[in-house]
Design a protein around this ligand. Structure first.
Ligand code: ATP
Ligand code: MG
Length: 412
């Protein structure tokens, strides 16, 4: 893409109404627009990043047998009443409204209730199980805190997968696969080295649920990390009995601030029983389906990457999530240089994603913008390239500079 065609602009100053580093940088670089506190629009560059994150998650969910679908944002209250989660006293983050034709509805906060009800129409026998269904869908939560930028939205994208299994052992086998799939997601998204499987309370069989917590000073959670084992526990699990069960030594744990990037839950029959999701077992007995839920916030993950991998100059995108892989920058307005840059752009663009800064702007401004936008590799095309036939390739994350010929660049 030619940068002269991109409608978004960068800005030098931090927005005054935004405390979180992720939102400050993403707004300054033109990735997101703040509509209301906790409610953000994804602009062209931001949508590219979000789509890349979604694609990583989609591939990993498909690999473990997930079937993608999309549920509705407007919720029928009936199943929520049956599970006792419609009442404001039980869940105070609902956005509710009324139909003109009468009756209430709420905007989806999560989807256990509707998906469990849907499955009653498709699961009747042990032959129908297991089933793994997932979606990417906007959730709406009337969150009180809105100081974390896109890491905590009132409207945000969630990937939620639900597992439906015959029994505990079938559930457990999938749970283990889901844990590995999650590790792949965070590794591919560039935060694997700082994201810990964190044991939390709320499990049905194993007593624990698992959160994936990314260490960050901006985190709202506190976790206790065993660096040697590469796992952590949250506050609720910091009891002697729980630590013993997990084989962890309290003195080896280091306290850190972290943000939850995802979680995997055993739900047992918490939803299948009240909603009547049962199946006929091989022995002819009717049994409740055993469920699990597996969430990741792609918009939160984008915020986590922006928050934790950025530096004083701006964003630093890992290759798989970056909006473009190369930032080609023409320097000066020498006609020969511009022709060389144009030609290189046409050639590179055939095999790679390239943002081409073809604007008639000072070099210093182009470099500052390039650092702010955070594309992994910058290629400078100036007079020296014309003279020597080789181009400077700058790695955003490290600042490393190498010189490559046109052939070498194309071979890359
Ligand atoms: P938190 O404790 O941070 O509020 P949660 O326990 O409410 O998270 P879930 O309801 O399990 O989270 O949602 C699944 C995933 O969705 C979370 O792991 C997180 O990645 C993402 N998520 C949850 N709430 C938000 C939000 N307000 N904005 C953006 N992403 C969110
Ligand atoms: Mg929450």
């Amino acid at each position: 893409m030619r940068q002269s065609q991109l409608f978004t602009r960068t800005r030098r100053d931090n927005p005054s109404d935004e405390e979180a580093k992720n939102a400050q940088l993403l707004i300054r670089a033109g990735f997101v627009h703040k509509e209301i506190a906790g409610v953000y629009t994804y602009l062209p560059l931001g949508l590219k990043v979000l789509n890349n994150i979604v694609q990583i998650i989609r591939e990993e969910m498909d690999k473990i047998g997930g079937q993608e679908m999309v549920l509705t944002a407007l919720q029928d209250k009936e199943p929520w009443i049956k599970t006792d989660r419609w009442d404001e006293k039980k869940l105070d983050i609902w956005f509710k409204t009324e139909f003109k034709s009468g009756g209430e509805t709420g905007l989806a906060i999560t989807h256990e209730e509707p998906i469990t009800r849907i499955m009653t129409e498709h699961i009747t026998s042990y032959r129908d199980l297991p089933v793994y269904a997932y979606q990417f869908q906007n959730k709406f939560r009337n969150e009180l805190r809105a100081k974390s930028g896109i890491m905590r939205g009132k409207e945000f994208l969630m990937k939620d997968l639900y597992s439906f299994s015959k029994d505990e052992s079938e559930h457990e086998a999938f749970f283990v696969k889901a844990r590995e799939a999650y590790k792949n997601v965070f590794r591919r998204a560039g935060v694997g080295d700082r994201t810990y499987v964190t044991f939390a309370s709320g499990g049905i069989f194993s007593e624990f649920s698992e959160e994936f917590q990314t260490v960050s000073d901006a985190g709202e959670d506190t976790i206790y990390v065993d660096e040697a084992k590469g796992i952590a526990v949250n506050k609720e699990v910091m009891t002697d009995a729980a630590l013993e069960k997990l084989g962890l030594d309290k003195t080896a744990l280091v306290e850190k601030k972290a943000i939850e990037a995802g979680n995997i839950f055993n739900l047992g029959t918490r939803f299948s029983e009240p909603l009547g999701l049962t199946y006929m077992a091989e022995d002819g007995e009717k049994k409740p389906v055993v469920m699990g839920s597996y969430g990741i916030g792609p918009t939160r993950l984008m915020g986590i990457i922006a928050e934790t991998l950025s530096d004083e100059k701006g964003l630093v995108w890992p290759e798989e999530v970056a909006p473009f892989k190369y930032h080609l920058v023409s320097l000066g307005n020498d006609a020969e240089v511009l022709k060389l840059a144009d030609e290189l752009y046409e050639a590179l663009e055939k095999n790679a994603t390239v943002l081409y800064d073809d604007r008639d702007t000072r070099a210093g401004e182009k470099f500052a913008d390039s650092d702010l936008i955070g594309i992994p590799y910058r290629i400078n095309v100036g007079k020296d390239a014309l003279a020597t036939g080789s181009f400077e390739l700058v790695t955003r994350a490290t600042g490393d500079v190498s010189k490559l010929t046109r052939e070498e660049l194309l071979a890359r």
